[in-house]
Design a protein around this ligand. Sequence first.
Ligand code: SF4
Length: 288
Amino acid sequence: MICNYCPRKCNAVRTEHHGEGFCGMGELPVVARVAPHFGEEPCISGTKGSGTVFFSGCTLKCVYCQNYEISSQHKGKTITPGELADCYKRLEQTGVHNINLVTADHFVNAVVKSFEIYKPRIPVVYNCSGYTSPKTLSMLDGIVDVYLPDFKYSDDTLAVKYSSAPNYVNIASAAIKEMIFQVGLPQLDEDGIIQKGVIVRHLILPAHTKNSIGVLDILKHNYGKQILVSLMCQYVPVGQADKYSRINRKITRREYEKVKFELYQRDLNGFTQDLSSASEEYIPSWEF
Ligand code: SF4
């Protein structure tokens, strides 16, 4: 195939096992972990866990990636769409609340095929970077029930510096608009588990509270209460963060309280984390 799935539009050749595009991945999915996960937002993990499938590779190159072992080192096992469908079945049998696809943008074709083989009876969560094209998202219309995108930057210069992602703000804004169009307003069941909707995550970076407050402004202005906002403080300096002095530490309580205050000021609905989440203990272990 010639790939233009994500906003990078590499026009690159991808065979089953090999890819020449920015993401460097072939067409077949590479999976690093398939397991119930209890570290998501309460309305996703609930009491029974979220049935996560972590995909290797990424269309972003965040220097601080918390999952760098799989995003940039591409560790994982190559599987077919049929085997991916079997993963959904196995997860569903454990009693998890949902199937949660983590960073699957570059495998969207295989993901669509996998759901043609098996559509779970529980909600499907699509957990992604937000750097996604509306056209590619339209392939997931009718498959995905809950979108869980990041909105990392309000400042495109930071997006280029830390994630090699030009035009991030416009691209992520358009992607979230398409997600809301597809799945509508957040709907929770009687147990507080999300069935439909969009939850936008923002990971606060150390020394960049201005960026975070800018993100909250964009979310408030563009979407308001059409989305839930998940403010995350779990940043730990991993990957190549040691090459960037400003982000080579955890965030401080003062930084977190400042951004949380601004979240409450904007009257957005959503979630915050406990500062104790900023630990490598909360990074999942991978199955290779
Ligand atoms: S999915 Fe990979 S190959 Fe395709 S356009 Fe994006 S980065 Fe390039």
